[in-house]
Design a protein around this ligand. Structure first.
Ligand code: ZN
Length: 144
């Protein structure tokens, strides 16, 4: 059901995104499996079925999908933005040699404790509290 046209279509509609054939194909590309894609990769994959889908249309739809929560965003240190098929709260491990990215789930209670401790540490160091309430852990290293 996950990847069927009907499921994808209803996911777009639930997000308040008007359905088009191109948007359905984009949703299929992005959500068919756990992955993190650049806008360029999505454009190339789109052009296999829609050779005339323009860069502007694809990039605008990606922004829309991200705004509406159909995909997540992952900003890499390099400045590259990736579109993430996983919209649940999660963390990442990045292999610094291959660039391979893996989603990691952290036990919620542990995550809460780590977050509280980091917020406390931030307040101690800066004298300010952070209004932002997001914890994003990225492990970097080389797979051995
Ligand atoms: Zn992810």
């Amino acid at each position: 059901m996950e990847g069927t046209n009907e499921a994808l279509r209803s996911r777009l509609e639930q997000a308040g995104i008007r359905f088009t054939a191109q948007r359905l194909e984009m949703a299929r590309i992005l959500l068919s499996r756990p992955q993190h894609l650049t806008a360029e990769q999505v454009l190339r994959m789109m052009n296999r079925r829609f050779p005339r889908a323009s860069r502007a249309t694809v990039f605008n739809n990606l922004k829309l999908f991200a705004q509406k929560g159909v995909v997540g965003l992952l900003e890499l240190k390099s400045g590259v933005t990736l579109y993430d098929s996983n919209t649940r709260r999660h963390h990442h491990a990045v292999d610094s040699v291959t660039g391979n990215i893996v989603d990691l789930e952290l036990n919620q209670a542990l995550e809460k404790r780590v977050f509280a401790e980091l917020m406390q540490e931030y307040a101690t160091v800066t004298g300010h509290n952070l209004a932002q309430s997001e914890l994003q852990i990225t492990l970097r290293g080389r797979a051995k």
